[in-house]
Design a binder for this molecule. Structure first.
Ligand code: FA5
Length: 366
């Protein structure tokens, strides 16, 4: 009988007995060799086993060659025995190869234990919220605390919402102060110039009592250190029976004190906006000199941030509200101006230049 070690070397070239008996003996030897290979858990051992039985000089190959010298009577039984042996060895070798893959993985895992400690990341600069976003969140937070609901409106809007319903018919001189970008002159579509358009959308869709705050992007043909062609405003308005100018003054003062601190002073100066009557300019005490007078406030001690007033009866009429029954106040101011004052910036345009050096300062305010 031929017998092999794991390297596939045959230990004898001739064995006693018939070919069928030698096939059975080879099967028994193979079973022992398989058990040994499993114990070793070595993929190389599996390959050596395959070669020692199925390789060019393997035992099964030798048995197949010996079939040629077998007598005619013995050949059918011997051929069947050798083929059955060959097939079962092939199946077993395939199964062992599958197991060998798992042995490899297990050996690797055992050799290098899993390191659960991630390497320390080098410091990567983190992004931060834009100052306009920071101040807008703060502004809306204060309004929510005061019981206002946030309302949105379109940035591209019809002339009706931005101008004519706000008591600014075509050719009204007040339109010149808010020259804008037209999308389609035929359809009277334009980039809104203020957030006051949201008043009209809201009045047409909701019913009083209303306590609304409406932030958004607005556009004008403007460009200098305190004016940009795109900027942000917040509009706030309250409509109900019996709303007075005193309610407005108190609301504005409480709001500005909440954002800038309890020592902040506000001032209203008579002014004209077609959609309010009476109307006023809204000033804040200068944040740089606390009212003493400096270059920023042009020695006045005050900085203008917005406009306000009692909603004009013509606005109520334009949206079919009974102007005898309802009164309301509205005020609107620039968010970017508020950011300028809160973060002490001297040029509004820096907010929109996208400089990392500049924007990198703002995480301290989050
Ligand atoms: C208005 O836009 C009115 N809709 C405000 C209002 C609402 C009045 C409700 C009465 C009742 P005004 O044009 O003044 O008003 O703009 C308001 C504020 O927006 C200004 O005080 C300023 O803070 C800011 N602002 C105006 N133009 C620019 C600009 N080009 N860049 C940056 N901020 C601007």
């Amino acid at each position: 009988m031929q017998h092999s070690d794991q390297s596939g070397k045959q230990q004898s070239s001739q064995a006693p007995g018939s070919l069928a008996e030698r096939a059975v003996a080879a099967g028994v030897a193979f079973t022992k060799d398989v058990a040994a290979a499993r114990a070793l858990r070595s993929p190389e051992g599996v390959e050596a086993l395959r070669l020692s039985y199925l390789g060019r000089k393997g035992q099964v190959t030798a048995l197949l060659e010996d079939l040629r010298t077998c007598s005619k009577e013995d050949r059918p039984a011997a051929g069947k025995a050798v083929n059955v042996l060959k097939q079962s060895i092939e199946r077993e070798i395939e199964a062992l190869k599958g197991e060998a893959g798992a042995w490899l993985v297990a050996a690797k895992l055992a050799a290098t234990p899993l390191d659960i400690h991630l390497p320390v990341e080098p410091w990567v600069p983190q992004g931060s919220l834009h100052p306009v976003t920071l101040i807008r969140r703060e502004i809306l937070g204060e309004f929510r605390r005061m019981g206002f609901t946030v309302y949105d409106g379109p940035e591209i809007d019809y002339d009706f919402y931005n101008f004519s319903s706000l008591n600014m018919p075509a050719d009204h001189p007040a339109r010149d102060m808010q020259d804008t970008f037209y999308i389609s002159e035929q359809e009277h579509l334009l980039l809104r110039t203020h957030t006051s358009n949201i008043q009209i959308h809201c009045l047409l869709n909701e019913k009083p009592p209303l306590r609304i705050v409406a932030p958004g992007r607005v556009f004008r043909v403007d460009s200098d250190p305190t004016h940009t062609p795109m900027f942000h405003q917040v509009e706030a308005f309250v409509i109900d029976r019996g709303i007075t100018f005193a309610h407005m003054k108190g609301t504005i003062d409480a709001f500005m004190k909440a954002v800038f601190g309890s020592s902040m002073k506000t001032r209203l100066r008579p002014s004209f906006f077609p959609f309010v009557e009476p109307g006023a300019e809204l000033d804040l005490q200068c944040v740089h000199c606390s009212g003493k007078g400096c270059r920023l406030c042009k020695q006045t001690g005050w900085l203008e941030v917005g406009g306000c007033g009692m909603i004009h009866p013509n606005v109520f009429e334009a949206v079919d509200y009974d102007s005898d029954a309802y009164t309301g106040f509205a005020f609107g101011f620039g968010i970017d101006r508020m950011a300028m004052l809160k973060y002490k910036l001297d040029d509004l345009r820096t907010l929109f230049e996208g400089s990392h050096d500049f924007l990198g300062h703002f995480p301290i305010f989050t």
